[in-house]
Design a protein around this ligand. Structure first.
Ligand code: CDP
Length: 234
């Protein structure tokens, strides 16, 4: 049976990462934060002193990343975030990172216990990013597009940065984020976009728990529909 895939896309600091992690835990699914692949690529380019806009250097970096080392805290800073969106606009970089993402979705690593009772489920995965529902996993069982106003997202990113001890100014964070969103939305290949069949969740006025509950209901319904033998209705 094909793996149960949840695709979560959205702009920077929309809350999709936290949501994806929590959903994966609740439903016993594996989780891949695909932004980390682009961040790792940007990180390697900067580390080598190369230009993130150089397709040769960026593609070589994308081929060198080690998916086992995506927890590197060095990936979280804003210089790496900017570099990641520059390398992400290069078609050969996206191509180099695609098969790992598709493999992960098709054969998700087994996960320990779900907090939600599930019965016997097929394996599944939550992938979050910019193009999961449109390009990486167009057949995902559930597609969510999580968004919020730029100001709300900049406030959240500022809080995250300060919690990690970084010094950051609201105006700079907002400006950097707007630039990155524009680059992500306007690029030629796999731009940031909601798939036509995605459920759009605007989190501007919602807290993380409310978003989690909304998304959990959507996933629970999709899992129930999958368990239902075809042709039968509850
Ligand atoms: O955490 P945040 O939302 O700020 O960004 P991220 O998800 O870590 O992604 C960093 C950058 O990687 C984005 O700005 C995109 O340029 C790129 N990215 C992408 O192009 N496609 C994806 N599926 C995921 C990330």
């Amino acid at each position: 049976m094909v793996a149960f895939v949840v695709a979560i896309d959205g702009p920077a600091a929309s809350g999709k990462g936290t949501l994806a992690r929590r959903l994966a835990e609740r439903f016993g699914l594996a989780h891949l934060d695909t932004g980390k692949l682009y961040r790792a690529t940007g990180f390697l380019v900067l580390e080598a002193g190369d230009d993130p806009a150089d397709p040769v250097a960026a593609t070589a970096a994308a081929r060198r990343i080690d998916p086992a080392r995506l927890a590197n805290p060095g990936l979280l800073n804003e210089a790496v975030a900017s570099a990641s969106s520059i390398v992400a606009a290069i078609p050969a970089v996206r191509e180099a990172l695609l098969s790992f993402q598709r493999q992960f979705a098709a054969n998700p690593p087994a996960r320990s216990e779900a907090t939600e009772p599930r019965g016997v489920e097929p394996r599944g995965a939550v992938l979050d990013g910019r193009d999961i529902g449109t390009a990486v996993c167009p057949d995902a069982a559930v597609k969510l597009f999580v968004t919020a106003s730029p100001e709300a997202r900049a406030r959240r990113r500022l809080r995250e940065l300060r919690e990690r001890g970084a010094t950051a100014i609201y105006g700079d964070v907002l400006q950097d984020m707007k630039e990155r969103d524009a680059r992500d939305s306007l690029r030629r290949v796999a731009p940031l976009a909601a798939a036509p069949d995605a459920v759009i969740i605007d989190t501007t006025l919602l807290d993380a728990d409310q978003v989690f509950e909304q998304a959990s209901e959507i996933i629970a319904r999709a899992l129930a529909a999958r368990r239902q033998p075809s042709g039968e209705y509850p």
